[in-house]
Design a protein around this ligand. Structure first.
Ligand code: SF4
Length: 192
């Protein structure tokens, strides 16, 4: 078994968070050849059940944003999918609970080291932003508005959840400016 396969097997067997409402079920996509990383939040209930990352409304919107066919999106040699928490964290009063902090602490650095060909990381939502940009990065909107600064190594994006439809309506420049540039950049990365 190669190093990446044994690391992946180790993650899949993880039971660190013993109190998860539906139990541990790590959902991620990882291969050392991946050139694009999608850094998300945590699986929802539906994804917990199917075991397929972004197999939900957020995923449909995300693939539309990226202009990416499911065949490419689900090819681990092209795209790695590492949410901040790999297991469904449960639901609170206002939607899904935050990703379990144990998860990034335990796994993220080792998995990121295992992606030597990475060219761009799409950073979805506030939890991934805090990790990939640091706590001092400012608000999600400010970060996304300044998308050109870390481009193309890091791409700050709002979370594609249906809960963010109002944000999208309020910030039409995101769909008009950021998404066309993002699609073009990803097509270049994938063509290399
Ligand atoms: S959320 Fe992460 S750390 Fe917690 S049990 Fe799942 S894989 Fe392990």
């Amino acid at each position: 078994m190669g190093i990446h396969a044994s690391l992946l097997a180790e993650v899949r067997a993880c039971t660190r968070c013993a109190d998860l409402p539906l139990g541990p079920n790590p959902i991620l996509q990882f291969h050392p050849e991946a050139r694009i990383l999608i850094a998300g939040q945590a699986p929802g209930r539906r994804v917990h059940q199917s075991g397929v990352p972004f197999d939900d409304a957020s995923g449909r919107r995300l693939r539309e944003w990226l202009g990416m066919h499911p065949e490419v999106f689900y090819d681990p040699r092209k795209v790695a999918i590492l949410p901040m928490g790999f297991c469904y964290p449960g639901t609170g009063k206002s939607g899904d609970l935050p990703p379990r902090p144990e998860c990034a602490a335990a796994w993220r650095a080792r998995l990121l080291e295992g992606l030597p060909r990475l060219e761009t990381t799409l950073v979805l939502g506030q939890y991934a932003q805090r990790y990939h940009f640091g706590a001092a990065a400012g608000s999600l909107t400010d970060l996304v508005r300044a998308w050109r600064d870390p481009w193309p190594r890091l791409v700050p994006l709002p979370h594609p959840s249906p809960r963010n439809t109002l944000w999208l309506r309020r910030h039409p420049w995101f769909e008009a400016e950021v998404l066309p540039a993002l699609r073009a950049m990803l097509a270049e990365v994938l063509a290399r």
